[in-house]
Design a binder for this molecule. Sequence first.
Ligand SMILES: [Zn+2]
Length: 177
Amino acid sequence: MRRMTHLMMGAAAGSLVAASASLPVATGAVWLGVAGGGYPDWLDLRSELKGSLRLRHRGASHGLAVAIVVISVVYLALTSLAAGAVGVPNWMQLSQHTALTWTMAFGLGLVTHLLADACTHAGIRPLLPFSRWRMWVLPRMLRGRSDGWLNTIALGVSFAVLGYVMIFAVARETNVL
Ligand SMILES: [Zn+2]
């Protein structure tokens, strides 16, 4: 999938996680969903990491091992804010629930990235760096190119979901519509 599609899918995933949350929590969830949707390809482009971790496109960056590590780091960072870490101003102190919601938004954004890439001809290798086993989520005849019709559908659907959730979240908060 193209970068914009991954970011939009991440945003849509984040918005779904926080569909019934308050506006600030929902905004954070969309933002973290975008981060989760974007990070695997971002990691691929970090040339200084390429040599050490063998990160070629859709390498270990698209595997479950790296995903678990990155999600854990996000969770620890957010819960330390929630636990009232020293030096954190009052307005930045999250509730545990918000920390969990945002971690879920990030994780789900990341999952949409891996699933979307697993719909394409190349698939993903989720067990890297331990095994080179390749995985797809669609039968061969339905797989597509990263920039083909699958990309267009994914972009359109996630754009619609994001708009729908955002409009109703704001309407609920403001009692207008
Ligand atoms: Zn990718």
